[in-house]
Structure formats: structure tokens, C-alpha cells
Design a protein around this ligand. Structure first.
Ligand code: BG6
Length: 519
């Protein structure tokens, strides 16, 4: 069990400074019933049930709740409980306490459900829900979590609407939609329309789990709770911004989804554009979900459309070939199970984005994301302009490195401000040194725990609004369509697994007189 979790349950701990949870607190949500559609799938096992168990174990959710897993797969509740136990054990090998699991497992239920096979009359889902709601006294507060691909979600959304299960009375009804939210502008619009037929926007929670990562939440605090940075946060002082999400893992067991998706749909339409929006947005008039989402929406609307006739200026794509990861030879993308031998699906992209507004005019945002790279890293780095005049040039060799401010989102969460210092001695020697803030063990909840908790609280701040989804797709759809129609199989693979990506991406940014931060 990690230290912060110990601290949460150790009632006898006395410290001279207040404990973090005493100072900052985590509000415990009220009773709820959570229905997970796609309960036999990977996300339920890997993320949802382990996160819910963790919240329960840490006393962050109270006792009046139940979780009803549903899917088309035949399975008993006992079998479901058994599978979930194994999943939680795998996620937290050392942390599954016997007594807390014994209590938690009783909250887990399973039902076979196929929205296509429902007839008239009361929904079989409601038949399942009503006795559970009575038993656990959840006050009919309902969260429908769609852990499903978009095609699977449509029938369920339709069913919930038809069966009157989307209605709210004194209790609440919320629907959580996983990404990908559609696969292009048209499909995203269709999905939004379908949702709006039955639900109010305030009931809809579109997930982007990157927004729930603690260091991402902190970016707004850092920018707007400190007076020293915001005056510098513009094109006058900033040369460019890099946003990186690099993974060491390959496509894993998700070939079916990833082949049709690729890195632009999988990472850029959502995570990368959301990180950009949080970095570039104006201060909202209040720290309220709608105001924050308004400002993020304005950033997305200010992004300059990509020049389709000169895409090489804006984007470099890559696909990994065979290489080495952690000392072992690993397969290239086209050698992975379920992937076409001539696949043109990109697993890497580097993209230059211009935000055309007063603050950012002339400041490029370089976004980079890929699988099977040499390092696992998510970070946003702000690269300030060089000093305007090199008064030391007659007394020193070399250039003065411009300042950088780095938000380390994962791993080793924290912030670095890099600045120049003089090395001791009579010669003028400067060195760039970091001023470092690290969260260490203070990152209390992981992204999925936050997402679930905020939905239980009814706080949509960390979720993506309809307009942002459509705006991001309207920028990317023409770009993706053009790339898909012009990328020849011979172009890939163009980087080795375990490398820092295609060499072309390094040359491309160097043409602008800049270099990527190392992975
Ligand atoms: C998901 C993508 O949204 O994010 C995956 O579908 C990716 O392809 C994952 O691996 C990365 O998330 P995290 O939290 O591990 O950075």
C-alpha cells in the first residue's frame, strides 16, 4: 500500500502540518447505482473496477452504491465477481485488502443485456435496476457508463431514451461516453444528435481521461493562481510550445480498433488538442465548468485550418518497424497480430498547429505522439524566447539557452523551470539549471478515479462538451481524409520500435530552427 493511502486510513497519524487530505479534502459523493455497458470488456477490467475499488478502499465512496455490469456475454454474477477480483489483483498486486474486497464484491452484479433484443414493455434493464436500487438505497441516482466503441453505444443510447431511462426526477441520471467519440465529424455529429434526442447536455459526460490527470488539472491553477507567469504567457515572450505524449508500448491487443483509428484519431482529436486548449486558453471569468469549457472552445475555434495542399508543412507521420524495447526485440506494427501487412495506419505523428488570436499569433504549437518510442512521457514544454541582447558574448563561448518551463504530466509528475546560472569561477560560464517541483506521492487519485468521482458529483469540468468534440473533428477530418487517400504503403515503416520516432520528424522541426525535447 502506498504512503498516501496509508495516511488516508491511519487515523492516529499526527503531524505538525495538516495532512494533504485534511487541507484539500475529497468530497464523498452521495448514493448511486452505476451501470457499466461493455462489462466483459477490457476497460472495465483494466480501469473501471480497479478505480472503483480504490475509491471504496480509501473511503472516498460511501456504502450506498452498486455496480451493475452488463454486456451481451453470458455470465453469472459469481463469475463476473471472480473476473473482477483477478483484474483488481492484477492492477494492485499488493493492495487488495481482504475485508474491503469482501464488502466491495457484494456491490458487484452482472446481467446479460442486448439492446437490439429488447421488445415493448418495461426495459429488462429497469427490471434489474429497481430491486438493486431498493436494496442499496441509492435513491435512483443512475450513472450509465458506456465502455463501448461508438457503434455499440448507439443502440444503448437509443434504448435508454425509448425506455424512459434517461429522464431525471428528483434523482439524477447521467451518461458517460468513452472515447473515441465518433471517427470523423459526421459520425460525431450523429452521436451528439442521438444523445441530445434523449439526454440534456448537462447529463452527458464525454471522457477525456488526460484532462483528469492531476498535473493537467494543475495547469490552470499554475497559470491563474500565480501572478508572475501570466504576463509572460504570450507571443511576446514565448517562442514555441511542445506537447508530447510518447508511449513505449505498441498496439497491444487493440489491433481491430487501432487499425481503423491510427494516432490522429486515437490521440490528437482528444488528448493532444485538449492539452493544447488548456495551455492556450484565456482566463475564464469564473472557475466553473461552463466558463472553462467556453474558453477551451474558443482556442479550438482559433486553430488555423491545415493547408491541405501543403500538408508536409504541418505534419509528419510515422509507423514503427521492428526494433528493441527494454532490451528485447519487438515486432513492427505490421507484424503485430491483426494488422495488415501493407497497413498505412500511422502510429506516430508530429504536428504544427497555429492558434490565430492576439495572444498566440506567430507561436507554433508542436504536438508529438507515438507508440513504441524510446521513452514513456507526457509533457508540455513552454520555450521562451532567447534574451534580446547577448551582452556576455565577448566574454563567453556559445549561446545562452532560452528558459523553458516544463509541465511533467507523466511520469514523475511535476514542474521544472529551467534558467541560467553562473558557474562559480572567474570565467563567464553559464549553465541551465532546473527549479523543480515534484508531486511525489501526493498524486492522490489516478485519472479514472477522478473521472468517476467527478461524474458522481455532477461536475462536468473535466469532461468534453459537444462543441469541443465537433470543433476538433472539423479540424482533423479533412486532414485525415487527405492523408488516408495519399499515404502509400511504401512509406512505412519509417521508425524503429524503441527509437525517438521518424528522423523526418527531427529534420522537420529543425527546419524551423528548433529541436524536440528528448524523450
Ligand atoms: C488512450 C489511447 O486514450 O490513451 C491509447 O486510446 C493510449 O492508445 C492511452 O495508449 C494512453 O493513456 P495514458 O493514460 O496511459 O497516457
Amino acid at each position: 500500500m502506498s504512503d498516501h493511502r496509508l495516511a488516508l486510513s491511519d487515523k492516529t497519524t499526527k503531524k505538525s502540518i495538516p495532512r494533504r487530505e485534511d487541507r484539500c479534502g475529497i468530497d464523498v459523493p452521495g448514493p448511486f447505482g452505476l451501470v457499466i455497458f461493455g462489462a466483459s470488456g477490457d476497460l472495465t477490467k483494466r480501469k473501471l473496477i480497479p478505480s472503483l475499488y480504490h475509491l471504496y478502499q480509501d473511503n472516498i465512496i460511501q456504502k450506498n452504491f452498486f455496480i451493475l455490469g452488463v454486456s451481451r456475454a453470458e455470465m453469472s454474477t459469481d463469475r463476473f465477481r471472480d473476473l473482477m477480483y483477478r483484474a483488481v489483483k492484477e492492477a494492485f498486486p499488493k493492495e487488495v485488502g481482504r475485508s474491503s474486497w469482501k464488502e466491495f464484491v457484494l456491490k458487484l452484479h452482472y446481467a446479460v443485456f442486448d439492446s437490439a433484443a429488447t421488445g415493448s414493455g418495461r426495459s429488462p434493464l429497469e427490471e434489474k435496476l429497481l430491486p438493486l436500487e431498493k436494496k442499496y438505497r441509492t435513491g435512483e441516482n443512475r450513472i450509465f457508463y458506456l465502455a463501448l466503441p461508438p457503434a455499440g453505444s448507439e443502440g444503448i443510447i437509443h434504448h435508454l431514451g425509448q425506455a424512459g431511462l434517461s429522464r431525471e426526477g428528483r434523482s439524477y441520471t447521467r451518461i458517460v461516453i468513452e472515447k473515441p467519440f465518433g471517427r470523423d465529424l459526421d459520425s460525431a455529429r450523429k452521436l451528439n444528435t442521438l444523445l441530445r434526442d434523449s439526454f440534456q447536455e448537462s447529463q452527458i459526460y464525454r471522457i477525456d481521461h488526460y484532462l483528469a490527470k492531476e498535473p493537467v488539472q494543475n495547469i490552470l491553477m499554475f497559470r491563474f493562481a500565480n501572478s508572475i507567469f501570466e504576463p509572460l504567457w504570450n507571443s511576446r515572450y514565448i517562442d514555441h510550445i511542445q506537447i508530447t505524449s510518447a508511449e513505449t508500448l505498441g498496439v497491444e491487443h487493440r489491433a481491430g480498433y487501432y487499425e481503423k483509428s491510427g494516432v490522429l484519431r486515437d490521440m490528437f482529436q482528444n488528448h493532444m488538442f485538449q492539452l493544447l486548449a488548456v495551455t492556450a486558453m484565456e482566463p475564464p471569468e469564473a472557475f466553473e465548468a461552463e466558463r472553462v469549457r467556453d474558453e477551451k472552445g474558443k482556442v479550438l475555434r482559433s486553430i488555423r485550418p491545415f493547408p491541405l495542399d501543403r500538408l508536409e508543412e504541418s505534419i509528419v507521420l510515422g509507423q514503427y518497424g521492428r526494433g528493441k524495447a527494454e532490451g528485447k526485440t519487438v515486432a513492427g506494427y505490421r507484424e503485430e497480430e491483426g494488422i495488415s501487412k501493407r497497413s498505412t495506419t500511422p502510429t506516430f505523428a508530429a504536428m504544427k498547429v497555429w492558434v490565430d488570436n492576439w495572444r498566440w499569433r506567430g507561436v507554433p504549437f508542436y504536438l508529438r505522439s507515438g507508440k513504441r518510442l524510446s521513452g514513456r512521457k507526457i509533457e508540455i514544454s513552454i520555450h521562451f524566447k532567447p534574451v534580446p541582447y547577448m551582452m556576455f558574448s565577448s566574454r563567453m563561448d556559445g549561446l545562452i539557452e532560452p528558459n523553458t518551463l516544463v509541465f511533467r504530466i507523466q511520469p514523475e509528475e511535476g514542474i521544472n523551470l529551467n534558467f541560467q546560472t553562473k558557474l562559480p569561477g572567474s570565467k563567464i560560464c553559464l549553465e541551465s539549471v532546473p527549479m523543480n517541483f515534484s508531486y511525489g506521492k501526493d498524486v492522490l487519485l489516478d485519472a479514472y478515479e477522478w473521472v468517476l468521482l467527478d461524474c458522481m458529483h455532477g461536475d462536468p469540468m473535466l469532461f468534453v462538451r459537444e462543441d469541443a468534440v465537433e470543433q476538433a473533428w472539423s479540424l482533423l477530418t479533412p486532414l485525415i481524409e487527405k492523408l488516408e487517400s495519399t499515404t502509400e504503403p511504401g512509406r512505412f515503416p519509417n521508425y524503429a520500435a524503441g527509437s525517438s520516432g521518424p528522423e523526418e520528424a527531427a529534420r522537420w522541426i529543425e527546419k524551423d530552427g528548433r529541436t524536440w525535447r528528448p524523450l
